[in-house]
Design a protein. Structure first.
Length: 417
């Protein structure tokens, strides 16, 4: 491959030459996709006048054309305007904010110029990886920092060049408060899964962090759901934000949803039946408590199926290993608490099972969104007890969706491509 230009002299694409032929592009994704990622205006990434080195990273990552959220978001973000964007899980939100953020960085300046905040460590690792891959020809230095890792290592890393930080809020506030993460020239703040970041747990930390930023800054919020807390934050901190709402329908297209009416004591037997009948690439099985996650994982292993589990009370090093191994396909099934509903993108997951039915519609939406990533087909099966029946009805009403009784056989074409 041709050597990329030095980042300081990064050039913008154009001129009609077919430079893409030089790139080692991944094979095209031939799977059927749903219209929430295909119903675009027909824009190309070249239309945004991005640096050629950034375009090289985009095409090498396998992105062919912008998805709807990318079409709506990228050109506005490039102007420096605040953004409030609602789009479904799995429709390309990460690239929608990472691409314009990378484009606006000046690698000749040795300072933090952009911060991306996310609610979980796993999402931080995943987002920083996307940023590094997209920006690999730009010479951009991306740092990831989260709680549960060595503070000393992070402090040492910040003595070297860092242009972009991907972080969980508490750790970044700690570093900023110590004067190690210098944010006075950081003019871009992106918040992914903004509804979670503006919950009671995080909002006071976020507001303190904003105090370290310069008065002239860009704040971009991205999420699938926007509760009242986001409205209050918008009115306090955002300046005439551009609103993107691609959420007329809340649940993802391409995900078929069923329920099975069972007694609590029948759940494991029902799960065993699903495993034997479904064509599962990979599945995530959700429970409502940490104890139930571990107990169910043990039961699934006893039934003879490969199974990992993950929850918030595990050591971070263990969580990282489980996430990495599951993502690499070393195991077919993962039992999880709601820790894993936020933005985690594993393309091979085509089945989500709610072993315990979630308590509210937002949690349901985020759980189900783990399958059917980027417009592919997926299946959600909910095990419903007598006590869950009102909750099922309420969530159907709130999301404007229909969860159907499970048929004796499920067509493979509904969730396998």
């Amino acid at each position: 491959m041709a050597q990329a230009a030095q980042p300081v002299q990064a050039s913008h694409a154009g001129g009609g030459e077919d430079w893409k032929k030089q790139l080692k592009l991944p094979p095209k994704d031939q799977r059927v996709k749903t219209e929430d990622v295909t119903a675009t205006k027909g824009n190309e990434f070249e239309d945004y006048f991005l640096k050629r080195e950034l375009l090289m990273g985009i095409y090498e990552k396998g992105f062919e054309r912008p998805s709807p959220i990318q079409e709506e978001s990228i050109p506005i973000a490039l102007t420096g305007r605040d953004i409030l964007a609602r789009a479904k899980n799995g429709t390309g939100k990460t690239a929608a904010f990472t691409i314009p953020t990378l484009e606006r960085l000046d690698t000749s300046r040795n300072e933090i110029q952009a911060v991306i905040l996310v609610p979980t460590r796993e999402l931080a690792l995943q987002t920083s990886q996307v940023a590094k891959e997209l920006g690999k020809h730009l010479g951009v230095e991306v740092m990831v920092t989260t709680g549960g890792t060595s503070l000393r290592d992070d402090i040492m890393r910040l003595y070297a060049t860092v242009h972009m930080v991907v972080a969980t809020p508490g750790r970044l506030l700690d570093l900023a408060g110590k004067g190690v993460a210098k944010l006075q020239n950081c003019k871009m703040l992106v918040m992914d899964e903004a509804d979670k970041l503006l919950s009671e747990e995080f909002q006071p930390i976020i507001e303190q962090l904003i105090g370290f930023l310069p008065p002239e800054r860009q704040i971009c919020l991205y999420s699938a759901t926007f509760p009242v807390t986001v409205k209050q934050f918008k009115e306090k901190f955002l300046k005439k934000p551009f609103i993107v709402n691609l959420m007329e329908e809340l649940t993802l297209k391409g995900i078929t949803q069923y329920y099975a009416f069972v007694e609590e004591k029948q759940k494991v037997h029902c799960l065993n039946t699903l495993f034997s009948k479904l064509q599962i690439n990979q599945s995530i099985i959700f429970c409502n408590s940490v104890n139930r996650v571990e107990l169910l994982a043990k039961k699934i292993t006893e039934l003879g199926y490969s199974c990992f589990y993950i929850h918030a009370k595990m050591l971070q090093s263990h969580r990282n290993r489980v996430f990495h191994d599951f993502r690499n396909g070393n195991c077919r099934n993962l039992v999880s608490s709601d820790l894993f509903t936020r933005g985690i993108d594993i393309q091979a997951v085509n089945v989500v099972i709610n072993f315990d039915f979630p308590r509210n519609s937002e949690t349901y939406l985020h759980r189900v969104g783990r399958s059917g990533r980027f417009g592919h087909l997926g299946l959600a099966v909910n095990l419903i007890t007598y006590e869950d029946r009102f909750n099922l009805y309420r969530i159907e009403q709130e999301l404007g969706t229909e969860i159907k009784p499970i048929p004796p056989t499920i067509e493979k074409s509904l969730y396998c491509t």
